[in-house]
Each structure stands twice: as structure tokens, then as C-alpha cells.
Write a protein that binds this ligand. Structure first.
Ligand code: NAP
Length: 241
């Protein structure tokens, strides 16, 4: 029960996988600093479910394409007490090939998927008290280091976030452990892309179960502190193919 009463900040926690992890951590005893961007009613609903478990849930809105908002997000979160951990989950995922990339969509991916996590991590680390320790998990993607031709700015932003994860693990040791979860097929995209083709090349021949994500995030939040700079692939072996 070591997460009992600890405050965990999760970005994009109102919907989909962010909500899934927020609820898993709340079930394990944590209080949730629930960041959201546009999904106000979904975030309110997630917060209500957490509160119904007897945990605290605080809603914090911020547009993560704005770096000042990213930094002040951590400052706002800290008003509720010490932050034990941060999960950088919020992300954009646009189907852009080489010919589709322009300075605007390129910069948007780097801002939301890479710069925001960096400044959130930096602000979290800088605000730790002298005796405080912490944990960070960055949400990555198996394809970051196995690039295809689609989702080009997304892939580059996640590859850089993976590099950042290892860099921060060194820079923040021994006080904060920093790890990543590289996901494969967990939840189909909301744009209605065909889904059966996605699992065809997956060695495990199926989608991940959401409970497997719960187990992985709980392990990194509550498991051995001696694991840092690690990227766990929750992708059914997809990165090996
Ligand atoms: N789904 C999968 O199977 C899969 C596979 C590989 C990797 N991943 C990674 O796992 C993580 C979660 O995946 P998901 O599918 O649940 O993501 P998603 O459905 O795309 O959710 C994105 C989240 O990011 C937030 N967000 C986007 N732009 C924002 C902005 N400008 N400001 C603030 N918040 C913003 C959204 O918040 P609002 O809705 O409140 O705006 C939303 O909560 C992501 O990092 C993704 O790259 C997922």
C-alpha cells in the first residue's frame, strides 16, 4: 500500500488510457492530480469516479501546446501538497507523411509530445523538497525506434521523448526515477482507422488488455526504485518484428 495518500499528476487523465491509469492508481490508494485539455466533462466524470473510491482528485486544465501553461501546471498541482509522481501521457497523433508535414504541425507535435513533458519534469524536479523523492513515467510508443512512413512528426517526438527519458534518469538520479512505457496496440485510435490490420504483425496476435496497462503503471509507480532509465514495451512483441 505504498501509494496510499500519495499525489500523482497525470496529463491527459480524463479520457482513454490516461483515465485508465488514473483509476488504477486511485484504486491502489493514490490521489490524482488530473490534468486535461479540452475534455472537461470526461475529466469531471473521471474525477467523480476517483472521489467515489474515497480518494482525492483535483482537476487542472492546461493547453500543453503552451509552454508557460505546462510549467504552471506543476505549480498549480503542488498547491495540493507534495507531488510523488508524474505521468506524461497527453499526446497528439496525427497521420502525417513526409509530404504533409509543415512547420505548424511539426512544431505542434514537438510542443505537446516532447517540450511539455520536458518542462513538466523539470518543474517537478526543481520543486522537490530536500528530502523528497519521486517517480516519472513517460508514455512512449514501440514505433518510436522502428519508424514507418506515416505519423512522421509523432514518431520523431516519441523517439525524442524516449531519449529524454534516459537522459532525465541520469540527470535526476538518485532522487527521481524516470522510466517509459512503450505501448503497442492498446486502444484503437478515435479516428476510426481499421483495427484488425493493426494486430496482424503482433507476435502475441491480440490487443493488450487494459489490466496489463494497469499492472505496468503500478509496477513502475510502486515497484523497485532501482529500475531507472528503462523502457518497458507493452506491445505484444511488436518492436521485435
Ligand atoms: N492508444 C494506444 O493504443 C497507444 C499506442 C501507442 C502509444 N500510446 C500512447 O499512450 C498515451 C495515451 O494514448 P491514448 O490513445 O489514450 O491518447 P489519446 O486518446 O490521443 O489522448 C490524448 C490525451 O492527450 C491530451 N491532449 C492532447 N493535446 C493536448 C493539449 N494541447 N493540451 C492538453 N492536453 C492535450 C488529451 O486531453 P483532452 O482530451 O482533455 O484535450 C487526451 O487526454 C499517448 O501518449 C500515446 O502516444 C497509445
Amino acid at each position: 500500500m505504498t501509494l496510499q495518500g500519495k499525489n500523482i499528476l497525470i496529463t491527459g487523465g480524463g479520457v482513454r488510457l490516461g483515465r485508465q491509469m488514473a483509476l488504477a492508481l486511485a484504486r491502489a490508494g493514490a490521489n490524482i492530480l488530473l490534468h486535461y485539455g479540452k475534455s472537461t466533462s470526461e475529466a469531471q466524470d473521471t474525477a467523480a469516479v476517483i472521489q467515489s473510491m474515497g480518494r482525492q482528485a483535483w482537476l487542472i486544465q492546461a493547453d500543453l501546446s503552451n509552454m508557460e501553461a505546462s510549467v504552471s501546471l506543476v505549480e498549480k498541482a503542488r498547491k495540493q501538497g507534495p507531488i510523488f509522481a508524474v505521468i506524461n501521457n497527453a499526446s497528439i497523433f496525427e497521420p502525417l507523411r513526409l509530404a504533409d508535414v509543415d512547420p505548424d504541425n511539426w512544431q505542434r507535435h514537438l510542443d505537446i509530445n516532447l517540450s511539455a513533458p520536458f518542462f513538466i519534469c523539470q518543474s517537478f524536479f526543481n520543486g522537490l523538497g530536500p528530502d523528497e523523492k519521486g517517480r516519472i513515467v513517460n508514455m512512449l510508443d514501440w514505433r518510436a525506434l522502428r519508424p514507418g512512413v506515416d505519423h512522421l512528426p509523432y514518431t520523431i517526438s516519441k523517439a525524442a521523448l524516449e531519449a529524454l527519458t534516459r537522459t532525465l534518469a541520469r540527470s535526476m538520479a538518485p532522487r527521481v526515477v524516470v522510466n517509459g512505457i512503450a505501448l503497442g496496440a492498446v486502444l484503437p485510435p478515435v479516428d476510426g482507422s481499421p483495427t484488425d490490420r493493426i494486430i496482424e504483425p503482433v507476435p502475441m496476435k491480440r490487443w493488450a488488455q487494459l489490466e496489463e496497462l494497469d499492472q505496468t503503471i503500478l509496477f513502475l509507480m510502486d515497484g523497485p526504485e532501482y529500475i531507472t532509465g528503462e523502457i518497458i514495451h507493452l506491445d505484444g512483441g511488436r518492436h521485435l518484428v
